[in-house]
Design a protein around this ligand. Sequence first.
Ligand code: 13P
Length: 322
Amino acid sequence: MSSILDVENRTVAAENLGRLQRQIVDLKKQRNAVILAHNYQLGEIQDVADYVGDSLGLSYHASKTNADVIVFCGVHFMAETAKIINPTRKVIMPDVHAGCSLSDSCDAADLRKYLSEHPNTYVVAYINCSAGVKALSDVICTSGNAVKVVESAPKDREILFVPDENLGQWVMEKTGRFMKLWKGFCHAHVLFTHESITRVRQKHPNAPVVAHPECVKSVRMLADHICSTEGMVKFARENAADSFIIVTEEGMLHRLRKEVPAKTFIAGPTNHCPCNRCEFMKMNTLEKLHACLRDLQPEVEVPEEIRIRALLPIERMLQIGR
Ligand code: 13P
């Protein structure tokens, strides 16, 4: 039972949060800034963003903005992608150290070495990679368009898919196209297991399991639907079920509960935890967002030579579409 003190503390915390959010909105106007946030960001950040979405939607949004400043609430490769597309705009992020295990699993020097030994390779790079890796790639994809991107790859070239082995396997299953796969994985999505998802499924037998393709095969095989985070919003809206098991990072539940309020969303558990949090995504906080809008830093920069080369495969992806 909550004490009067608990209730008072919660009220004060909610007032402070609201005040900070209003200050962020005011600063955003003063700076002519746009706030872009990934679906995995904290709910209180999603609530002040101009656009919340998946990596693909965020890339399209970044390519269309007229703002002087892009505040990217996500992980580093996402802000870097926005900078590659927008060299003349200032791109800042609340915590520049918010990295990505997938991006870290593919080093540009290792990829360059592989390509020197396998010169006829066509590189499809998942957007979760560094600007240096993008610069060595032929085309970029996200989980929202990976199948379409691979289907449009030249038939006479051997494909190397970097850096996510699990997404790559899923795309191979969907397209029937053989690809060599880099051995990278998302440290958060691989924590979902066949056992943990079987248990939650048994508890909620009528709730479809919706999983992200970064999950391992033994989890994907339990899913009723596999899609990007944006695809999850569409599926929840259109499917007749009234509750869903969501097998991805827990920030997604905020967006789903906000946009599809009549339905129930159950977080996919891991073996040790009732949900799954990416600690990198959660490095961005409302306080850091406020400070970065106030100080216009930390800024994300990409060396021009790499930016120009990395832009080509991103533009190819944006042309292929969703
Ligand atoms: P999407 O943004 O394509 O849904 O992917 C989410 C993700 O796992 C990013 O690492």
